[in-house]
Ligand binder design. Sequence first.
Ligand code: PAF
Length: 281
Amino acid sequence: MVVCRTIKEIRAFVSEARAERASIGFVPTMGYFHEGHLSLMRRARSENDALVISIFVNPMQFGPGEDFAQYPRDIQRDLALAEKVEVDAAFTPDASEMYPEGYCTYIEVEGLSDKLCGRFRPGHFKGVATVVLKLFNIVQPDRAYFGQKDAQQLRVIQRMVEDLNLPVYVVPVPTVREPDGLAMSSRNVYLDSEERRAALVLSRSLLEARRAIEAGELDARKIVDLVRRMIQSEPLVHLEYVEACRFEDLEPVEVISGKVLLALAARVGKARLIDNIIISH
Ligand code: PAF
């Protein structure tokens, strides 16, 4: 595996791979790998000739007062794990490589970015879309892999790719959970054992919602209320939002019909956690 700290180095790797007509799979990450990241890499490994990842904690997608400085980092451990899943190249730029002095170009995916998490994290998806477009331009992948745990991010990227005619296929990959249901997240390290136990109400409430839908409850307000009530019964968990919306445009729905995203965000101790289920009915 080669480790490239500069755009010039990763471009040289990509040119060589392209010269050999290799297809390129790409997994952009912010590091501190867990099984969720590794599942993206394994999937990309199995579908492409060359596998490139990036590890970059993107300052542009963190708002003032958010956890950019505390975000967990362990680049040596990440590189060892990447090597094990047979990554060919890891791009690990620093912020001045990605945003040199004078940088002033941004990507706005309007509408989709203001909903759900966007209401609580203004500017977040502008930072995500901007860095992902830059990474796509640098790596020029055939396929790029994104976890469904960040469902809104996935929709923002899919929309950007469609609107800007980017020659990359975005591959959604299912959420990976701990055996007890907690969705894997680098931010789970912020939880102490009490908070971690309390956080299980998030996946449990979504599971209950799925059961209720399967049993015939299609009133979106009742489903949202069920999730809200369960979460509010857990004093350590502070719900930010729970919403049922159309997967396509993230517009709220009244009836569970078609492809629906049931998404939530909550604060547990120092962690802001998100989770969701995607229902096709
Ligand atoms: O999902 C993430 O880890 C980040 O938002 C991404 C896509 C790597 C952009 O910084």
